[in-house]
Design a protein around this ligand. Structure first.
Ligand SMILES: Cc1cc2nc3c(=O)[nH]c(=O)nc-3n(C[C@H](O)[C@H](O)[C@H](O)COP(=O)(O)OP(=O)(O)OC[C@H]3O[C@@H](n4cnc5c(N)ncnc54)[C@H](O)[C@@H]3O)c2cc1C
Length: 388
């Protein structure tokens, strides 16, 4: 493993840092006007969709540049590079890899320009971990598919304009070849026959929903990839998230916030930072994040050598889920009763973020695959143990 950066990489890091020095005000000065300007500026730098090919409007950045960009942004707790989160994370990459030229022209510029939100319709009631068992069906009728069924836990659905979803177009009721017969469709959420029912989470937010499809007609030219190719389209799109280095930097930023909180807190009349138990916990968090970082560098080394990544990222996903929960709960312990305040008001400590993050544990633990599923992946694909 080579820990050194090339001169060109250091120059790029300097460019990012200079941009942040000049364009990123302290957090309490980042209002709606700042955000609008920020999105325009990072788009002009081609840092939105930085890994995407330049032909579609992306930045054409290489792996190391992506890592540097993510690292520097996360260190400074900068806002995201674009607000179309799922569009940038996997819908766009899926369209770039499998979409027609017409689909690329229709969707990619809007994703890069943060024009609207996409959501992702995989899970259904009774279908989550075993995704290939999905039942929501689409029957071809002339030049349209007709969708009937439901999707659940669809994050961002209450605000999104489009959904990238998986439907069954063949193999109804078959379990032997259930990965076949799944098709990916891009669906306008304002289509007649769609009903979106928001679901409230523990922290009182309504960020996900159940979506009902009742004879929803979707043009065939909104199909992503070939009919029956949906599984491959999904695996390839989700594999786009390249390494966990950016995530690790975000964990370091969270640890910094935790340290700041503790510096400002008291324990039994003394500065909380002097408490040995608290100091020990902070040291353990730091050691675990460092282990994640080194693990991430191992994946990165493989990527730089051109070796494909497959299941290795499950290791850091598992660690991150545990750590996020432990750190948020620890902050609440330190804060005591005041840590339970959820409101996003100035007078609430850290604007209620610790309580929200503590109650928001399903985001990091369940979203993207449960710990049991990650452990199965590690056992079978990395350790070579017998199949579940
Ligand atoms: C915050 C949040 C956001 C989400 N956003 C989206 C979204 O945007 N789009 C979307 O499609 N879905 C979304 N989901 C759904 C998520 O992908 C599923 O909840 C997840 O895949 C688990 O599926 P399930 O809920 O059906 O649970 P199940 O699959 O029924 O699992 C229940 C329990 O059984 C265990 N289990 C299941 N199979 C195995 C096995 N083979 N071996 C060992 N243990 C097993 C699981 O680990 C879990 O503990 C979201 C979920 C959450 C919590």
């Amino acid at each position: 493993m080579d820990f050194e950066y090339t001169q060109a990489e250091e120059t790029f890091r300097h460019e990012v840092r200079t941009f942040l020095d000049e364009n990123l005000p302290p957090k309490d000065q980042r209002g709606a006007d700042f955000m609008a300007q920020w999105l325009k500026k990072v788009r002009a730098k081609r840092w939105v969709g930085f890994a995407w090919p330049q032909e579609v409007g992306g930045g054409g950045g290489d792996i190391m540049q992506q890592v540097i960009l993510k690292e520097e942004m996360a260190k400074r707790q900068a806002p995201p590079l674009g607000t179309c989160m799922m569009g940038l994370a996997w819908v766009g990459p899926g369209i770039i890899q499998y979409g027609t030229d017409e689909q690329k022209t229709r969707f990619i510029p809007d994703i890069l320009n943060s024009k609207y939100h996409w959501c992702t319709g995989y899970s259904e009631p009774n279908v989550g971990s075993d995704l290939a068992a999905l039942q929501c069906k689409a029957i071809l009728d002339g030049d349209h598919y007709v969708i009937n069924g439901t999707k659940i836990w669809t994050s961002l659905a209450p605000f999104a304009q489009w959904i990238s979803m998986l439907v069954r177009t063949d193999n109804f009721g078959s379990t032997a070849t259930k990965h076949d017969g799944i098709t990916a469709l891009l669906v306008d959420l304002s289509s007649p026959g769609i009903e979106i029912k928001p679901i409230e989470n523990m922290a009182g937010g309504k960020v996900f929903a159940q979506i009902f499809f009742d004879n929803v007609r979707v043009p065939v030219n909104n199909r992503l990839g070939k009919e029956g190719q949906g599984w491959a389209v999904t695996i390839a799109s989700l594999a786009n998230e390249r390494s966990s280095i950016g995530e690790v930097t975000a964990m370091y930023a969270k640890l910094d916030s935790l340290k700041m909180l503790i510096k400002d807190s008291q324990r039994q009349g003394k500065p909380a930072m002097e408490d040995q138990k608290i100091r020990r916990r902070l040291a353990v968090f730091e050691a675990k994040i460092e282990a994640m970082r080194l693990n991430g560098l191992r994946y990165l080394t493989r990527q730089i050598k051109g070796e494909p990544l497959s299941s290795e990222t499950s290791v850091n996903k598992l660690h991150r889920a545990d750590l996020e929960v432990e750190m948020s709960d620890f902050a609440i312990d330190v804060l005591g009763q005041s840590g339970l305040q959820l409101g996003n008001q100035l007078e609430t400590i850290d604007r209620g973020k610790w309580a929200r993050e503590s109650l928001g544990w399903p985001n990091v633990v369940i979203g993207g695959g449960t710990p049991n599923i990650q452990k199965n992946i590690i056992a079978e694909r990395i350790l070579g143990l017998p199949k579940d």
